[in-house]
Design a protein around this ligand. Structure first.
Ligand SMILES: [Zn+2]
Ligand SMILES: [Zn+2]
Length: 334
């Protein structure tokens, strides 16, 4: 087979796997959905049947309530859907995140969903899965996006905390993935103090702990004296950074953990004093290295800045195309 796989088709609202009559990460309700991970731009409510990892199904249940038909597929297990062999492989993005591998009539396609390559103590590491067609995200698909080593960013956070013993450091972090990762990275750096949470983060942190991710001692901000919050790390969703809620905190230094913190204007817009470039997406080097490592016949590029990656593929004589999927603007989960 030399043309693009005819059995898998991109539409604006998702990728359709024709023989299985199933959609990957569809943005509207469908009879059969294959879900890469629990972020809202990939996992919507309302599908009749869902195939995902057990962790992702737990996350979906926590966010949307139960699906009627759900099918847990663990990493590395294979399932047959009308002759399409389906399996899930770690994407290293958030707990339960998976690349979906599809095999039909001797041709293999891997859909990364969102992914990253660098170590993350809060989820399983990315697995390299060889394939004919590699469908990759490109959230940070520009050479300007090079994420610094995470320990450097964590060290900045801890230095700021040490410099403000009468205040606190308030870190804006997306509720699924980023918050738990920042906590786990702090623990890896030897930080054992209790970490305080905005109420909107508590359930997801508990879900991670239930799945064996050690987040250490977590305490709610609600009901805690202002004096006890001095010298503490406090986590809140990004939307809470500037609202009334933060007034209860003692002289907070506002930080935010996101790949977008590389862009100074974004940090300024959000009133962020301490930008922490901690991303759950591959940066430019990780994207291009992954394409080299996977060595597919063809690359399809989704969400984000496709052009630079298409050009890079062209220069490296890899056939590539952009998919115009809608609703894939990862603003806060980046
Ligand atoms: Zn995501
Ligand atoms: Zn995404």
């Amino acid at each position: 087979m030399n043309a693009s796989a005819h059995w898998i088709e991109p539409f604006p609202h998702g990728i359709y796997v024709r023989p299985a009559d199933a959609w990957i990460d569809p943005s509207r309700p469908v009879p059969r959905a294959l879900i890469t991970h629990g972020h809202a731009d990939h996992a919507r409510g309302g599908h009749e049947a869902v195939w995902a990892t057990p962790e992702t199904l737990d996350i979906i249940n926590l966010r949307y309530g139960r699906y009627a038909g759900k099918n847990a597929v663990g990493y590395g297990e294979a399932v047959d859907l009308n002759g399409v062999r389906l399996s899930f492989h770690p994407a290293g993005h958030v707990l339960g995140s998976a690349q979906i591998r599809l095999e039909y009539q001797g041709e293999t396609v891997v859909v990364t969903g969102d992914f990253k390559r660098r170590p993350d103590p809060s989820c399983a590491p990315f697995e390299l899965v060889p394939c004919d067609i590699f469908i990759t995200e490109a959230t940070f698909g520009l050479p300007v996006f090079r994420h610094p080593p995470t320990p450097e960013e964590i060290a900045k956070l801890l230095a700021m905390l040490a410099a403000h013993p009468q205040g606190c450091v308030l870190v804006g972090a997306y509720a699924l993935g980023k918050a738990q990762r920042v906590i786990a990275e702090l623990r890896d750096a030897g930080f054992d103090d209790p970490i305080y949470l905005h109420g909107a983060l508590e359930k997801m942190c508990a879900l991670y702990a239930d799945h064996g991710v050690d987040l250490g001692e977590l305490r709610p901000v609600a009901g805690t004296d202002k004096s006890e919050l001095m010298g503490r790390v406090i986590l809140a969703p990004p939307s809470a950074l500037a609202d009334r809620w933060s007034r209860r905190l003692p002289d907070p230094v506002t930080a935010m953990a996101s790949g977008w913190m590389r862009v100074r204007a974004r940090a300024r817009q959000r009133g962020v004093e301490l930008p922490l470039i901690i991303s759950d997406h591959a940066d430019w080097d990780e994207l291009t290295q992954t394409i080299r490592d996977v060595a597919p016949r063809e690359v399809w590029v989704t969400h984000g800045r496709e052009e630079a990656l298409l050009r890079w593929c062209e220069l490296h004589q890899i056939k590539a195309r952009a998919l115009a999927l809608v609703g894939r603007e990862d603003e806060d989960d980046a």
